[in-house]
Each structure stands twice: as structure tokens, then as C-alpha cells.
Design a binder for this molecule. Structure first.
Ligand code: DAU
Length: 354
């Protein structure tokens, strides 16, 4: 299969490319315009492989998208390109509207034009896979059941509202034009190559440097943590076996409070790299909360597990250990980011300065 994949230099996209290149025979056209969070190193080793091509194009450039479809004749689309950081969406929602909503619209239109002109059987087998988030469902109280594919939408941040909009567009293009689309909604990912603005890489790097560890609010918010390589495997199963019109909610059944996550990072680093100052838990600081902070996300992955024949392999303890070791072994990558692109400052509301 020739897969046109957007956002392949991002955290999850690059994990999907590594999985496709290392574990399958599919070919990949990676459309990535290289925003601040993209990392060319995460897929660089495939640049000389004839199964992999990188087109540095913005998904809002409709003419270029159309040319890429004609040039490569893909069998499927995996759409991962997105602005994804909730705190940045609070500071500047415009980029989220542009990329997540307008960009998805452009990709749908380019796909529709290309697919309409395909011949059988390529036309019958074509799939458009939209990769989305569980944040479109809003948030849960402690006593509520985890999200599943029938949970009503209730996005609460500019980021999740933009992803919810893109999900609606993707479904509308199927219902209206017959474009064979389906959606996966996934819970929090973590692992190698994660840009250090998100909780786990930010805390890991601060803890390595002996810097303060910012915990929003009281640290009781809950996230359900999925190791990115397990997610990549699920997404590849989905493009191979997913049914147009369906929705798959993907997770690992590993909910933890933010405080549990931060303490786990401290304890593992203390074990691997003890410091004379004592436990890194002393560095934890409770800081002003994120505006509109979603309390709890949790996914029920049962349906996706049954339909896709997939199950997450890592529990949180195994995944976080691998992740921390990866950051310790890959200083060259993240040091350049800290020096040139993002030094770990607080994002998400000018009133929330630490
Ligand atoms: O549920 C999936 C979503 O998970 C994805 O769609 C998003 O793209 C992804 O960013 C993530 O959203 P979160 O807002 O949950 O991730 P983040 O890493 O920003 O924050 C995780 C939790 O940690 C959240 O409750 C806020 C808190 N937090 C975050 C940072 C950056 C802190 O307490 N301190 C921090 O410094």
C-alpha cells in the first residue's frame, strides 16, 4: 500500500513512520511543513530508502496537495498533521483553526478530487484515516465511565474544539460525498521524540537539570497514558483493517494523576542518576492552574481491541522507564530544542506566570 501520511515529523507521526518502515512493506509519502514541534531526526534514517519520501508542504496549500496526490497515487491517507498543545491553543488559537480545521478541509478536498477520479479496484479500497484525540469528548468526573466511540462531543479548549471540528468535517465528507473516512480518537501519548512542552518530557528534562517541576493546580487531574509505539501499532492496524464510517477509541487502561506521573519520573531518575541533593520530589511546585483545565480523560479501548486485533503492550511503569532512558540517551536532540526553540517556560495564559 502507498500511504500518504501528514505530520510525519511530529511525535506520533514519526512513530507511525518508524513502525511502517521497520515492521511492514508499505510505502510512505510524508507531508510535513516542519513547524516548531517537527523533528527531522526522528525519520532521517529513512531518507535514502525508496519506500519513503518527505514532501515539505503545508496542508493548507491545496494546489501542492493535489499535485502530490497525482504524483504518488496513494492507496490511503493517514492524517496526523495538527497543532496539538492545549496551552499554546490558549495563548494563540489562530494556528489551531488554520491547521486543524482549514488544513483538514483542504486535505479532504484534495482527497475527494483524487478519489473521485480513481478506477476500480483502487477506488473501492481507498481509505482516509483521521487521527484525533479523546479531548473532543470533554472531560470526566471520577464516577463516570471512560469515553467510548458513542460518547457525545463536548470539547472545552480551543485545541479540542478545533479537533472536534475536524472530526465533524471528516464524517460529513463521508456522509455527503462518500469519501471512505474513519476516525481514531486516542488518549495521552508519551515516549521518545516527544517535544518538551508536554507534561512528561518537560518534567523529565527539568528533573534531569534539577529545576522546579510545575504541577498545575493540585495535581489531581487524571490522564490515561498510552506509550507512543503502542499507539503507532494500533494506527497501522487501523489503516489495514479499519472500516470506513467507523470510529475506534484507543487507549492503554493506564490512568494516573498528574502527581503520580511526576513522582514516578522523580523516583526513576533518582534510581538511575541519584543526586547529592536527595530526592527530586523536593522540586515539585504547585503552580496556577490551566484555564478550563479538563479534570479527567480515560478511554475504553475494548471495541478497538476487538475490531483491530490490537492491545497496548506497555503499562505505564514499563513505558515511562523506557521513555526516561531514551531522554537520558538522546541529549543531543533535546538540548538543541531547549537552546533554540523552547526553553521550558510556562505556556497557557498570561496570568499563569509561575
Ligand atoms: O488526550 C489526548 C491529548 O493529550 C492530546 O490530544 C493532546 O495533543 C496532548 O497534548 C494531551 O493533552 P494534555 O493537555 O492532557 O497534555 P499535557 O502534556 O499538556 O498535560 C498533561 C496534564 O499535565 C494536564 O492535566 C496538564 C498538566 N500539566 C502540564 C504541563 C505542561 C502540568 O501539571 N504541568 C505542566 O507543566
Amino acid at each position: 500500500m502507498i500511504i500518504l501520511l501528514t505530520g510525519g515529523c511530529g511525535f506520533i507521526g514519526s512513530a507511525v513512520i518508524r513502525h511502517l518502515m521497520n515492521k511492514t512493506k508499505h510505502s510512505i509519502i510524508n507531508i510535513d511543513c516542519m513547524t516548531y514541534a517537527a523533528s527531522v531526526e526522528s525519520t532521517a534514517k529513512f531518507l535514502k530508502d525508496s519506500r519513503y519520501k518527505h514532501e515539505q508542504t503545508n496542508i493548507n496549500d491545496l494546489n501542492s496537495l493535489k499535485k502530490i496526490f497525482q504524483k504518488y497515487s496513494p492507496d490511503a491517507v493517514m492524517h496526523l498533521a495538527a497543532e496539538s498543545h492545549v496551552d499554546r491553543s490558549i495563548d494563540g488559537p489562530g494556528a489551531f483553526i488554520e491547521t486543524n480545521i482549514i488544513g483538514t478541509y483542504n486535505l479532504l478536498e484534495a482527497s475527494r478530487e483524487y478519489w473521485s477520479n480513481l478506477e476500480h479496484p483502487q477506488k473501492d479500497n481507498f481509505k482516509f484515516h483521521h487521527i484525533s484525540t479523546d479531548e473532543v469528548f470533554g472531560h470526566l468526573e471520577l464516577n463516570e465511565s471512560p469515553f467510548n466511540k458513542n460518547t457525545p462531543y463536548n470539547p472545552r479548549s480551543p485545541y479540542s474544539a478545533s479537533k472536534a471540528s475536524s472530526d465533524h468535517l471528516v464524517r460529513a465528507w463521508r456522509d455527503t460525498y462518500g469519501l471512505p473516512t474513519f476516525i481514531t480518537n486516542t488518549t495521552n501519548n508519551y515516549g521518545p521524540w516527544h517535544f518538551p512542552e508536554k507534561l512528561i518530557p518537560l518534567i523529565t528534562l527539568n528533573a534531569i537539570h534539577g529545576k522546579e517541576l510545575p504541577v498545575y493546580g493540585d495535581g489531581a487531574n487524571i490522564r490515561d497514558w498510552l506509550f507512543v509505539e503502542d499507539h503507532a501499532e494500533a494506527l497501522v492496524k487501523a489503516i489495514e483493517y479499519g472500516e470506513p464510517g467507523d470510529t475506534y477509541t484507543i487507549g492503554a487502561r493506564q490512568p494516573r494523576t498528574n502527581l503520580q506521573v511526576v513522582e514516578a519520573i522523580c523516583d526513576i531518575l533518582d534510581e538511575i542518576q541519584p543526586t547529592p541533593e536527595g530526592t527530586r520530589r523536593q522540586l515539585i511546585r504547585y503552580v496556577a492552574d490551566r484555564p478550563g483545565h479538563d479534570f479527567r480523560y480515560e478511554i475504553d479501548p475494548t471495541y478497538a481491541e476487538q475490531k483491530l486485533g490490537w492491545k497496548a503492550k506497555h503499562n505505564f511503569e514499563a513505558g515511562i522507564r523506557k521513555t526516561i532512558q531514551w531522554y537520558l540517551d538522546n541529549r543531543m536532540w533535546w538540548q538543541k530544542i531547549l537552546d533554540q526553540r523552547y526553553a521550558g517556560q510556562r505556556l497557557g495564559g498570561k496570568n499563569n506566570v509561575r
